[in-house]
Each structure stands twice: as C-alpha cells, then as structure tokens.
Ligand binder design. Structure first.
Ligand code: ACM
Length: 764
C-alpha cells in the first residue's frame, strides 16, 4: 500500500508510483530525500561476516555503475550512512527486511542476511535510473526519496529454470542470468544439465558422458515441424567442469540463490546413451540427438543403470548443497520397455501392472537413494503416473492439475504450467518475433498468473511452495536472445511470487516497468519491449467507406508517430490521437517514442482496400475462443495475417466446425473475384477445408450458388484460393468452408477434430 503524508514541496521530481519491481508489501512515502555521494558509508557490525561479504557485493554494483565504492564504518549515529543490522532473534520472515530512508540515514534491518540482500535490491531501485547508466555524465550525488518499506515474500520458492543442453551457456553467461534473477529477488535456479542433445556436467567416474555426450555432430535449422529437415553441419557442444559448477553454486549462494541441478531420467537421456549404450534397452549405437522432440531410446531399468545413476548422483550431491535434486521424469516413451523381455520380466517379478508403474518403480528407487543421502526428490508431474514416490515434490508443468493432485495427496508442489510459465513461448504475435517453439504467453498473462489454483482445498495451500518460469532453449541460442525471452516476463513473475496479490495491478506494473526496463538495459539485460508494441485494431468505418483503424500500446507512455506513404516515421510525423479511416490502399508505418527516443520497432502494415474491406460480416458459428481475439472484422479489414504463424489477430480458428459467413457490401456491385486464405499446418492439427461453396445475392434473401471447390491442397503454409466471378451483380456474398473433419491415422492428432483457420476474404 502506498501511503503519503505531509505536504509536498518537492525540490526534484519523484516518479510515481516509485518504480520498484517486485512491489514491496508495505511502502510509506515520506518527505524529502537522502543524498548518496562518495562520502556515504556503510555501517556494519564487523563481527557479522555476512555483512562484510554483503557490503563487498553491494560495492561491486556501485563500482561497476559509478566507479567508486562506499567505505565501511561502525558509527551507527553518524549522518550520511547506510546502516545494516540483523536481529537473528526477530520473528521476521528470514527473507524479509525493513528499509528506512530519512534525510540523514538509510537503514536496512532484517533477521537474516538474505533480508539485507533484498533490502539492498530495493534500495538499488530507489536510486535514480541514471545511477546504473554508464553513459550518464558523472554526477556527485544521487537522490533517494524518503520512504519506509516493510517487505517479505509471499512464496518461499521463487524459481527460474535454464536449459543449457539444447543450447549451452558459459559460466559467465550463467552468472549474468543469476544477477538478473537476484535483482528480482528470485531465490532458486533450476539448472537443466542433461538432455538428449547434450550432457553438460563433468562426472569423473564416467568421462565419456562429456567426451561423447557433450557434443552433437550438428543441429537442426528452423522449426522442428518444418519439412524437409535441414541441419547446419556444425559440431556443437560444451560442458561445465566440476570446478565450473562449484564456481556457479558459490556465486549463486552469495546472491541467496539455491541451485537445483536436474539430471534427467528415464527419458531425455539419449546423450548419456550415446556415451554408454549398455544403459539402454536396445543395443545401439546411439548418437547425441541433433533435433528437437521426444526420443524413444531411454534408460533401461537394469541394475547396471541404477548403479550408474547412483554413482552419477553421488558426484552431483557432492557438488550441490541444495535441499533438492531434480530427476526429470517427464516425457518418457515406453516403447522400448514394452518390447524388452527384461522389462516385462521385471514387471512380473515386481508385480507392476504396466509401464507407468515401471516408471514409478524407477523413480521410487532413485528417491530412496536420494533420501538416504539427505536429499529430496523433485520431478515433473509425470512422476504422478503409476504412483508418486513417498516424499517427492512435484513440478506441475502440464497445467496445474498434476500440482493439485499432488498437493491434495500431501506433497509439496512447484507450479510451472505451460500456460503462464513457459518463457520459450511467443510473447507477441508480431511479424518480427524470432522463431519460438510455439504457444502465446504475453506479459499480461504472466502477470495474472495465480500459483494457488482456485479449486485447491484450503488445507493444501501450504503445499504450493511457489512457482518457476522455464526457459527451454531449442530456439534460444544466445544470451541476448535468452534475456529477450525472459525479461520482462520474469519481472512480472517476480511480482506474482513476491508481492501481495491484493495489490496486484497491471497498470501500476506497466508504469513501473517503463523505468525498470531502462534499469535492466543499463545492466546489459536485453529486454523485450512489447509494452511499446503498436497493435492495430480495425472496424467498420462510420460512413460505409474504407476501414477504421485504431492504434494501441500496452503502456501509455509512448507517443505514436505514423505515416501512410511507406516512409519511416520520426518525431515529426503525424501523432496518433483518435481512430482514423483508411480509404485507399496504404502502407501504414508506426513507431513509439518516449521523450524523442524511439522505444520500439517500426511496425508496418499493408492495407488493401478491396470491396469487402470494412464492410459488415456475419458469422453463422463464432470462432473458437482461443483464436478469436481479432474479431470477425479481421476477416474483411484489408490486412493479411502472418504468413508463417496462425496466432495473430488476423487469423480466426474453428475447431471441428465449419466456417460460414455473409458479407454485406453495402450496395449492389459488379464482382470479378473472391480470394480466400486458409492456414495449412497439419503438424499443428490445422487442415485446409474439404469443400468451399459460395453464393451471391442482391437482396440478402435469395442466394444463388456460384461455385463449389473440392480437392483443396497447398504446398505453402497459407493456401490462397481464387474464385473467379463473371461481373455478376450482388450486394451479399455467402461463403462456406467445410471443416476437414477427423485427423487421419498416422498424422499428429490422429482421431481428433481438425482446426480450420481463415483470414482475409478479398472481394473485387
Ligand atoms: C517439460 O516441458 N517437458 C517438462
């Protein structure tokens, strides 16, 4: 809650709301400010070694930003001091802190060092954004508003995951990832170290894991669904030595981040099998995977395999002081186990009914080993199948259902559903987005994530330890790309996990984010800036001529400048104020500016004003709610949808249903053709229609069938279907596209209804 007191005669401008992310639990704004300068000193209790370490760390940030450090002192009562104090007997949350800024002093008080650390992260964000802007001319003092903050986290588990197997990130890059996490008060780093495509951790007893398993001969180019497959022909790989691992774990610990390693089993293990084929159910040889997906070769549950895994885990346990070890457990095909005489015999001996129970047997044995070594097991929610191990913690990724089930059984849960927490998904439907795995998880959706499902019994709430975002890196080859996918979505998640849900307010978040993005960029975090991305919506124009266009950005901070003649907009171009009408073909170019700085990409939209553009359209069956956000007018707005992806506002989708529309051209006209566009994506269950029919009418009552098309096919992602007319007169055009029906055997989604995706209907 932001309280204000006193009258405000500011001698400088304090930005409101104060741009702190995640939002503190309680904040009271005072009057006046503290001035930080080179003479400001830390006051610590020299007996507390944590404090010496912390001030060294805080000084590193100041040194890096401004090129000086603050001296350390013990005089609590002097002015121009930042006083750190710890009361270990206090009942404060161990991660909580109290931060007071008065004109004379700043104090950070906590019950543990972690609280001091988070207090400092907040103080960093109270400093003007220029403080960490190296290009800023040197100033001699920095103003911090007088404020009192009492803060503590809502959840104890605040995680970020990183897959270093699909693409490898160096120790220095991992440290940068940890630094950004620390700024947002995340406290858990889930390090996904082994995969089909690479084994990334040195294990002394099994050197081939990294000699062979850490390198693949080449890598798939483009999306896994693209046909034909193409590869880059370049050897790729890398791994962390045990010394590297220790360095990362120590670096994280200084920042109050626990590192949880993931060693995948029984699936996603092809790189290990390439090194040690005797661990598989079939003979091999195997190679480290070069493309993305799920692979059939998995560990066979033999004694050889268990001995191997226990030896590997013994070295892993030595390296990671974490409470938990993550053992994967997701996406393990059972084909090899079904065909293996050994597995079938083992199932008989152990009284296991099916391969799910065999997987459960596998995980339970590993759990027993971990528990014997004072470690707790975490696994993806598949570990529920066939019976959960007695003490396991479940990471719920396929929605929240698995998490609910586990929590109701009394197990701890970490929420990481694909719907809100997969930051490898697209965050925008913009044409310029880099290739991603799929999906659509924009910032706003992440911000509105609630880790405790409504349907969960109250007594089980305590089992939801928190949540985590996942960064799978099939399509994320570099650290800049990684930051782009992670931020600011992780900033939103940090607020979900730390702050009071009663104060959650997306508009407040957006206005704080304007400053926060600059802060992150000052720290070389390559943020996405979709809050400044210009979205266009269209409507029927009031006078039945042309198409009405409205522009919108999530953040209202920027001014939108635009042109209609194809030239790049600048500060001098027209400023958007109200919806406007486009009467003729045009290339609309738009860009967002804040204080003369362009803060987002130029967006370009070509508009083709055909006879149906901007006219009334009625649909017999509305599109599926998941693919309807552009509205029916998107079908006749003169704008073509993305030719590679179906997720944007232009494409509307019907699932198992037919498409039927009537367009009213406003007056009787002579017509030359109808052009129709359909998305063609069988691997994503999207099929072309089996039949297209169209009718014309002059009165809207009597329709004449003008054509029927069958045998519809396309070699491109978007099928263009042309229907010639012979200058017939009509005011009303009716079009029906019959859904393909059930997806045939042998195809992805076989037996399910097909999707039908439609975009522009061009009539001339
Ligand atoms: C997962 O995304 N396979 C856990």
């Amino acid at each position: 809650m932001l309280h204000q007191f006193g009258s405000h005669e500011w001698d400088y401008a304090i930005q409101q709301p104060i741009p702190i992310i995640p939002l503190p639990q309680e904040m009271t704004l005072g009057e006046g400010h503290f001035e930080l300068n080179k003479q400001t000193k830390w006051v610590i209790d020299p007996e507390v070694s944590d404090m010496r370490v912390l001030t060294k760390l805080f000084n590193e940030t100041i040194q890096q930003a401004r090129g000086f450090e603050l001296a350390v002192d013990t005089d609590k009562n002097a002015s121009n001091r930042i006083v750190l104090s710890v009361d270990s007997a206090s009942k404060m949350n161990p991660e909580g802190y109290e931060l007071k800024v008065s004109k004379e002093q700043i104090s950070i008080h906590a019950s543990h060092a972690a609280g001091l650390f988070y207090g400092w992260q907040t103080l960093r964000q109270l400093l003007p954004v220029e403080f960490e802007q190296s290009s800023q001319m040197d100033s001699t003092s920095w103003v911090i508003p007088c404020v009192e903050i009492k803060d503590e986290p809502r959840f104890s588990y605040r995680g970020m995951h990183l897959d270093v197997a699909r693409h490898f990130f160096s120790v220095d890059e991992v440290k940068r990832y940890l630094d950004a996490m620390a700024m947002h008060k995340f406290n858990t780093f889930h390090w996904h170290l082994t995969e089909d495509q690479g084994w990334r951790i040195e294990i002394k007893q099994y050197p081939k894991l990294t000699e062979i398993g850490a390198f693949r001969k080449e890598t798939l180019i483009g999306h896994a669904n693209d046909a034909p497959e193409k590869f880059d022909g370049k050897r790729y790989g890398g791994y962390y030595t045990q010394e590297d691992i220790k360095e990362v774990v120590a670096y994280a610990k200084e920042r109050f981040i626990e590192v949880i390693p993931e060693i995948e089993m029984p699936g996603h293990s092809q790189a290990a099998l390439a090194a040690y084929p005797e661990l598989a159910c079939t003979e091999g040889p195997f190679e480290v995977a070069t493309k993305w997906g799920i692979f059939e070769e998995v560990y066979c549950p033999t004694e050889t395999t268990f001995t191997f895994l226990e030896n590997v885990l013994t070295e892993v346990i030595e390296l990671f002081p974490s409470t938990y070890i993550h053992i994967g457990g997701d996406e393990c095909p059972k084909i090899r186990w079904k065909k293996s005489a050994f597995c079938q015999q083992l199932m008989k001996e152990q009284g296991l009914k099916n391969e799910q129970e065999l997987q459960s047997y596998f995980i339970k044995r590993i759990e027993a080993f971990l528990n014997k070594n004072q470690k707790q097991l975490i696994g993806w929610d598949e570990i529920l199948e066939g019976g959960l191990s007695p003490n396991a913690t479940v990471m719920s990724w396929r929605g929240t259902k698995g998490g609910i089930e586990a929590a109701e059984q009394g197990h701890d849960v970490i929420m990481t559903p694909t719907s809100h927490c997969y930051f490898d998904y697209y965050q925008s439907d913009g044409k310029e987005e880099p290739l991603a795995i799929g999906g659509y998880t924009p910032l706003k959706k992440v911000y509105h994530f609630e880790p405790i499902p409504k349907e969960l019994d109250k007594e089980a709430h305590k089992h939801i330890l928190g949540a985590q975002c996942n960064l799978w890196t099939e399509y994320i080859p570099t650290i800049d790309h990684l930051f782009y996918m992670a931020y600011p979505r992780a900033s939103a998640l940090s607020e979900v996990l730390w702050s009071d849900p009663a104060q959650r307010d997306y508009n407040s978040f957006l206005s704080r984010l304007n400053t926060h993005l600059i802060r992150l960029q000052n720290n070389e975090i390559n943020t996405a800036n979709h809050i400044y991305e210009i979205k266009l919506s269209t409507n029927q124009a009031p006078n039945n001529k042309g198409v009405q266009v409205a522009l919108h950005t999530e953040s209202d901070a920027p001014a939108l400048h635009m042109t209609l003649d194809g030239t790049d907009p600048n500060m001098m171009s027209n400023t958007y104020t109200y919806p406007f009408t486009v009467y003729e073909n045009a290339t609309l170019k738009m860009a967002p500016f804040i204080e003369s700085k362009q803060v987002g990409d130029i967006q370009e939209v070509k508009m083709y004003i055909h006879k149906a553009a901007g006219r009334a359209i009625e649909l017999t069956t509305p599109p599926h709610e998941k693919y309807s956000f552009g509205g029916k007018q998107a079908l006749v707005n003169g704008i073509l949808g993305n030719q590679n992806r179906y997720g944007d506002a232009e494409w509307l989708g019907w699932w198992g249903e037919d498409f039927e529309a009537v367009i009213d051209l406003g007056s009787v006209q002579k017509l030359k053709y109808i052009h129709l566009f359909f998305f063609n994506g069988p691997t994503q269950w999207i099929y072309l229609p089996s039949k297209i029919e169209y009718w014309l009418s002059t009165d809207g009552e009597n329709y004449k069938l003008e054509g029927t098309i069958t045998d519809i096919s396309s070699t491109t992602k978007v099928a263009f279907i042309e229907n010639l007319l012979d200058y017939e007169e009509a005011q009303y055009v009716k079009i029906k596209a019959t859904n393909f029906g059930k997806i045939p055997e042998g195809k992805q989604g076989a037996g399910y209804d097909a999707w039908l995706f439609v975009d522009e209907i061009i009539i001339e």
